[in-house]
Design a protein around this ligand. Sequence first.
Ligand code: F6R
Length: 610
Amino acid sequence: MCGITGIVSKDRDNIGEVLVRCSRKLTYRGYDSVGVAAVRNGQVDLRKDVGTIDVVDKLLNLSGMKGDRGIAQLRWATYGAPTKANAQPHYGCTADFYGAHNGNLHNYAEYRAELIEAGHIVRSENDGELCVHAVDKYYEETGDMFEAVRLSTRDLKGAFAYAVGKADEPEIYAVKMGSSLVAGVAEGDTIVSSDLPSVLPLTSRVVYLQDGEMVVLTHDDVKVYRVDDGKQLDRQPEISNVDAHAAEKGGYPHFMLKEINEQPTVAQDVLGVLNGRECDNWLRMIEDSSRKYLVACGSSYNAGIVGTYFFNRLAGVSVVPVIGGQFGPMYGNTLDEDTLCMLVSQSGETKDIMNVLNLVKGISKGKTLGVVNVIGSTLMFQADDYVPMACGYEVSVPATKTYFSQSVIFAYLAAKLGERNGFLDPSESKRFVNLLETELPALTQKTIDKTGILTKNLARTLVDVKDLYCLGYGFTDGVAREGALKIKEICYNHCEGMYSSEFKHGPLSIVTEDYPVIFVTTPEDSWMVINHINEVKARHGRTIVVGEFEDSLNHYVDNKIDYLVVPRSDPLLNPLLDVIPLQMLSYYLSVDLGINPDLPRNLSKTLTVD
Ligand code: F6R
């Protein structure tokens, strides 16, 4: 949620253009409102309004703003409605101070009242404004910007990061207190940002900040300090090998379609990672724990459900999938040092997951294994170890390739674990791992090729549908939930994903003539799914099937387009492939509905709030 970018430059006067160019790469973090504060000759020009960066740039000519330093912010609204007044950056009491934040201040209401009581002029209902006022307040007391920024963090509770400056001082300051922050050093510019994609257009020399640290940007250097005692830390820039062009559409109309099409390469890349030396440590961590949880949110949770089936089937090991926010209330008092939490998060910043990380590390002294995509994220740094998803950037807000990578990771780890603990015959483990390595990438491509046109045609028949179900059984449980989540998220339809045998326990009452129900299955389970299909058919519902071609299933499909046939493969590869037609169906339906699937309303890709 929200993306901040601050730049200090040596010679340039076109700070607006550079801030817009770099900030555009953070669009996935928030697109409710956008603002830029540009500083020239000690004067701050602050422009902001509601809308995406392109809309606001056009409206206010952000790109044309002059200056040699400044801060930009893209907002995903939490505290305060998405209005112009609540857009960031903000001034302090006067235009001397300017700044913007990402995250949430838990003591917002009390602190706002306290500031107002003390005479501060607070103009918005947005918590980010309070960060600037806190700096303003401590500057009054100390007359020193470094101290003011450092001390300001004491007043603010929650998980956040912010960047601030003073009009007549050449530096920009930023603090990391729970939300992500990365700095960069270019020739003639320095930059600080919520995420790497906005740094890379300027430089690949990056410095990752840790919680409790602050960074001071001058035009030629970034210096890192500890917030609590102000001590300078020796933090040299490292070279990021992330490709700056990875965050471009590469000829596709949307990032989502590009990312769906990248899944064959993702399969190859993640299996390459799993085949490396570190895998032994990940397996040992799983083996050595007596209680194992897979904790995640949204799509990552759905992949976790698929993972649970793999761990049971291939390793005879119980791994409990838990939604991030539910973990503490459900299991918080039962953890001990033998507990392992596999924390699955594309962004590596999701607050619900970070809460679990802190709970497990702090109270129980259990172990944490991150499964993470964003290199340099908080989860990557703070988990005891991490498995990289190896997907490169996932820019589109709906997760696709990262969900896919997560499912592959669990399938692989389960097979290896099964071999080590004797549950699986070594030849069977080798056979399955070999299948993953040699057949999965090509089968993934084949699935995209085979179901692309089918899903496009099927989507056209669903444009007037407002309500549907997506059901899975056994291994396809998580897959069906993921398909439903995609449809909800980017088509704004109600689509519930659930276990197909549960449907008769209530939801079946919704079925009337032509009511659509999608069934996702594998050849192993289709005999059971056919029972559930019959229950819908008997009420004249429309059944849509995702799975391998089987005569027995074909019998229940009225229209050819209602059968999304995936290529024939090993039954254990099926759950990995079945999600692809669902991703594409949601994509084409979203486009047919006139929605931009990359930026669905009300959402943000990185949810650093509770
Ligand atoms: C859905 C989607 C979200 C995320 C969820 C968790 O397409 O992208 O449901 O999966 O917000 O995010 P991460 O994996 O970054 O923790």
